[in-house]
Design a binder for this molecule. Sequence first.
Ligand SMILES: [Zn+2]
Length: 354
Amino acid sequence: MKQDLARYHRQMLLPGFGETGQRRLLKSTAVVLGCGALGSVAADMLCRAGVGRLVIIDRDFVEITNLQRQVLFDEQDIADALPKAEAARRKLQRINSGVEITAIVDDINAGNIESFCAGADVLLDGLDNFETRYLANDVAVKHGIPYLYGGAVGTEGMAFAILPRTGKRPATPCLRCLFGEAPPPGQAATCDTVGVLGPVVATIANCQVAEALKILTGNLDQVSTGLLSIDLWNNSLLRLAVDRLDDLHDCPCCQQRQFDYLEGRAGSQAIALCGRDAVQLRHRQQAEPLDLAAVARRLDGLGTARLNEFMLRVKLSEQGQDYELSLFRVGRAIIKGTADPTVARSIYAKYVGN
Ligand SMILES: [Zn+2]
């Protein structure tokens, strides 16, 4: 065995992997969308396994409440005020200097996601909101890139491998086949409001990586076609068959090839409000009125909240910065304390959920 492959010996022993699989893996590119708990486990395992090129995109900085589950980060990253993508790159480069790692500190949106994913062989979902997941799903289907969906909140998690139709390969259902439209803002629980169990996220991320490794080594027939659903606190593990779903559903994305999120017909728009140190977030589609009382209950204890029939106003503190989140029944929000749409989107995704 050649010296450069020695470190991969234990996985090359596996059936279906071998030197051929390893060499394919070393030539491949994986894009990790979001580097929180899911993304840091995924990036760590892919880097150790010897993916050729790793692109890590994340808009946030490392915070003390991340360390309970985000395995790539430590207290020094917080002292150095490092963005997650860069902290991850530095750590991963020490783990495997042979991997070409690109760290991108940015918000993922309709304007930049295609350039971030250019040349990708797989997309790994480490995202914290459904809106960006639907955007990733659009990119995956449009460009025929496998997309490993994963999500975890509370003690539950789900993982699913989306293989778009390319050449003769049959397609799996996509995210819009599975879940329909993205949940309206304020309805999905978030890790910042209901908490999250570390082992659940790590399990889901490792399932995503296992599917990614099958794809990147050319073992497509081994890829799981089921939706994995786990709850490690209540001891349930299910794999739901969804392989016939695409026959039943006239999906706007993978059947009609309408990329509503990518083309700006769906999702939200963030606009800095001139001279007010505030950003407004507005959803493009008409949604059901928000249950502000339910959002207020989830935010109870995280900040000082005031609720009336028109709006919910919460004062929040993040990394020593004070923000005021005003949320209206139509889902529109104004976030005071920043003029940066990236910061505003991050706060909205964490505390309201979209
Ligand atoms: Zn679909």
